[in-house]
Design a protein around this ligand. Structure first.
Ligand SMILES: [Zn+2]
Length: 296
């Protein structure tokens, strides 16, 4: 019996959103000076084997999730994309080439999101509603990006980290879902825990590897019961790929961030999938908010 069933919760446990950012291990922002994008096509791909392991984990746990997918990857792995969709998961956009939004001007961004939406819809055969910026790169500097996403037909974004981090963050943003672009779209920030008035990352990426699993679980329960909100958890296919080739020449800090506890992720995910209820972004955040529109 887990602690969840032993205690009487303050509020009913909620379903959380499970999300995967589908990209190759060499496409992360921290490696951009070591693996320039013009070399990507010459590096052996590892994403497909990791995605198949993730699909198996999700199937075993009976979980449906949202896969924010880089267009560059989708174009090279169309059958993998169809396996994701055929298993009942939601396909969503992670941009064409994993370029952070603050590195794009507005027309470039507008073209990129449209192209990524089209590529994913053509391959996956389902309408693309969601977008996640590379490395949570929408913040105070480029809130116009949310208007562009609404103009391009997206219904939600999950691109803002509402806290402080060395590489990203918008600490003044609300912690939970809020309407943007004159009410046309929903922004669902990455989940933070509030501890003694401070916002702590608690929903994936490097922190899932850094913290003991029990701390992640405690934070997520706090969000579900204390805040009464659904959490958004994220991880990457390269985080279940302990044997990925090491990128040479990167700094100690980057090495720690990328590889720390990578061999522990799969077993921690198994626990996480069992300890909470999980679902797709669109089903959690769009359907219950707009019941009148869900039948169209
Ligand atoms: Zn990413």
């Amino acid at each position: 019996m887990t602690e969840a069933t032993a205690k009487v919760p303050l509020k009913a446990p909620r379903i959380n959103a499970m999300t995967v950012d589908v990209e190759e291990y060499f496409q992360v922002a921290a490696f951009e000076n070591h693996v320039p994008s013009d070399r990507w096509a010459h590096i052996p791909s590892r994403v497909e084997a990791s995605i198949d392991r993730i699909l198996a984990l999700f199937e075993l746990a009976g979980v449906q999730a949202t896969f924010f997918t880089v267009g560059w990857v989708a174009e090279r792995h169309p059958t993998m994309i169809r396996r994701i969709v055929d298993a009942g998961h939601e396909l969503a956009s992670h941009g064409m080439n994993h370029v952070r939004v603050f590195r794009q001007d507005r027309p470039t961004f507008a073209a990129d999101i449209r192209q990524s939406k089209q590529v994913l819809e053509d391959i996956g055969g389902q309408r693309i509603k969601g977008y996640r910026a590379a490395t949570f790169s929408i913040d105070q500097r480029n809130l116009w990006a949310l208007d562009e996403l609404a103009d391009a037909g997206f219904e939600y974004s999950s691109s803002i980290y509402p806290g402080t981090h060395p590489a990203y963050g918008m600490p003044e943003a609300q912690r939970f879902a809020f309407r943007v672009a004159d009410g046309r779209m929903l922004e669902v920030p990455i989940t933070t825990a509030e501890v003694a008035g401070r916002r702590m990352p608690c929903a994936g990426g490097g922190f899932f590897r850094l913290y003991p699993y029990a701390l992640t679980r405690q934070f997520l329960r706090g969000v579900n019961r204390g805040d009464g909100e659904s959490a958004v958890f994220y991880f990457h296919p390269w985080e279940v790929d302990a044997d990925q080739p090491r990128v040479p020449g990167v700094s100690f800090k980057t090495r720690i961030r990328h590889y720390l506890n990578i061999h522990r992720v799969e077993s921690r995910l198994e626990k996480l999938l069992g300890d909470f209820g999980w679902g797709r972004m669109d089903q959690i955040f769009l359907e219950h908010k707009a019941p009148a529109e869900s039948g169209r």
